[in-house]
Design a protein around this ligand. Structure first.
Ligand SMILES: C[S@@+](CC[C@H](N)C(=O)[O-])C[C@H]1O[C@@H](n2cnc3c(N)ncnc32)[C@H](O)[C@@H]1O
Length: 184
């Protein structure tokens, strides 16, 4: 696995609307398959901040998180009917091969990424499916987010995703985050 796991005691920080400065709904939807038949996996769904943004535009979202406390906060706020929450680690996903048409993961790659978790992602994404990652970059300024030494940059994250069998569609640095899109 990656670096330290997000502290649930700081969960309020995940619901701050200023986070859209670093990743918007529109850029996630622009890179994901959408429509009423689409099955989307979210890795590290946290309190559901971005899940709520994506769910209205897809068929189903399955939000996976390692920490039950994160799902608990989301449940208190109210989980949309087309969202299922599953407590699991990214390296052991409890789904059959090819279950999903796409996936997204925000501000989590630095915590969850490993050879086994990306192999597992490749297993559960159907052929042609898109996976989208936005995370704090090691090339960022460190003005916000985790310490830069606990981050990956776009190039190293893309190399890991490529090794897991994805074609790289986008691997781009921004001011503080990277965006990485792969196709199965
Ligand atoms: C920084 S939070 C981001 C949450 C959410 N993606 C967001 O942007 O609001 C990272 C989340 O990833 C989860 N996480 C960390 N490592 C994980 C792993 N190996 N498998 C599944 N979830 C993991 C943490 O429990 C936490 O909820």
């Amino acid at each position: 696995m990656g670096f330290h796991t997000f502290d649930p005691a700081k969960i309020d920080r995940l619901e701050d609307p200023s986070r859209f400065r670093f990743c918007s709904r529109e850029e996630l939807l622009g890179a994901l398959p959408t429509g009423p038949a689409t099955r989307i996996l979210e890795v590290g769904s946290g309190s559901g901040f971005y899940t709520d943004e994506v769910a209205p535009f897809v068929g189903q979202v399955c939000g996976v998180d390692l920490q039950p406390a994160m799902h608990g906060r989301y449940a208190e706020r109210g989980v949309p009917a087309n969202v299922a929450l599953v407590t699991a680690g990214a390296d052991v996903l409890p789904f059959p091969d090819g279950t999903f048409d796409g996936s997204f993961s925000t501000m989590t790659f630095h915590e969850s990424a490993s050879e086994s978790s990306l192999d597992e992602l490749a297993r559960v994404i159907d052929g042609g499916g898109r996976v989208v990652f936005v995370d704090w970059s090691r090339a960022g300024r460190g003005e916000s987010g985790p310490p830069v030494e606990e981050r990956y940059d776009a190039e190293s994250a893309a190399a890991m995703l490529s090794d897991a069998g994805f074609d790289i569609v986008t691997a781009r640095e921004r001011s503080e985050t990277f965006k990485l899109v792969g196709e199965r």
